[in-house]
Ligand binder design. Structure first.
Ligand SMILES: NC(=O)c1ccc[n+]([C@@H]2O[C@H](COP(=O)([O-])OP(=O)(O)OC[C@H]3O[C@@H](n4cnc5c(N)ncnc54)[C@H](O)[C@@H]3O)[C@@H](O)[C@H]2O)c1
Length: 183
């Protein structure tokens, strides 16, 4: 089965200006065919000002692509496992754009090669949680205080539960609970 080209899917959607006037923060946008990149393009096509973040320098490419297409996009490079970096970014966005209405947590993914659970080390498990859950926790922690001053806001979190589920149903349950707790 060939991988989904999320960016092409985003382009197929008709734009209706449903996010005009909104400021959205989208994480994990660096991979051109990744989900975060597609979400960012879609939000921009719907009229949102999109603030983009990723640990990879290609976050700038995503912003440029949107700007070249007539959208409003701003890149903020950060390691989302570091709360101080995320907090500084959220404060900068609010200072520069006045608000954050939408947070889409798309940063994350598994840490390949994924070993069978029986061979999984504590270090590997920490990496998976750091990349998938800590990034989401930090973004919610830094952004929600700014959102609470508004009457309407949205948080969308994507999480590869399948990777985490491999570790066993008990952990899977904890992860799902954490996920729903935040979003
Ligand atoms: N691809 C799928 O089919 C699929 C299915 C279900 C869920 N998901 C989940 O959706 C999310 C996005 O998936 P994807 O396939 O677009 O992943 P991706 O690997 O293409 O994108 C993830 C992005 O997160 C960034 N990132 C990783 N660690 C970071 C950090 N510490 N700080 C800042 N950025 C960081 C990476 O640089 C990358 O650009 C992931 O959480 C994934 O687990 C993906």
């Amino acid at each position: 089965m060939s991988p989904i080209d999320f960016a092409s899917v985003a382009q197929e959607k008709p734009a209706r200006g449903r996010l005009a006037g909104k400021v959205a923060l989208v994480t994990g946008v660096a991979r051109p065919r990744g989900i975060g990149n597609a979400v960012a393009q879609l939000y921009a096509r719907e009229g949102a000002t999109v603030c983009l973040t990723d640990i990879a320098p290609e976050v700038e490419d995503c912003a440029k692509r949107i700007m070249d297409g007539g959208g409003k996009a701003y890149a903020y490079r950060a390691d989302l496992t570091k709360l101080d970096q995320v907090a500084a970014m959220a404060a900068a966005i609010v200072k520069e754009h006045g608000r954050i209405d939408i947070l889409c947590n798309a940063a994350g993914k598994s840490v390949p090669p994924r070993p069978p659970f029986i061979e999984m080390t504590e270090e590997y498990w920490d990496l998976v949680l750091d990349r998938n859950l800590r990034t989401m926790f930090n973004c919610c922690k830094a952004v929600v205080p700014h959102m609470q001053r508004r009457t309407r806001y949205r948080i969308i979190s994507l999480l590869a539960l399948v990777y985490l589920a491999a570790a066993g149903t008990a952990v899977f349950g904890v992860v799902v609970n954490l996920w729903f707790y935040f979003t």
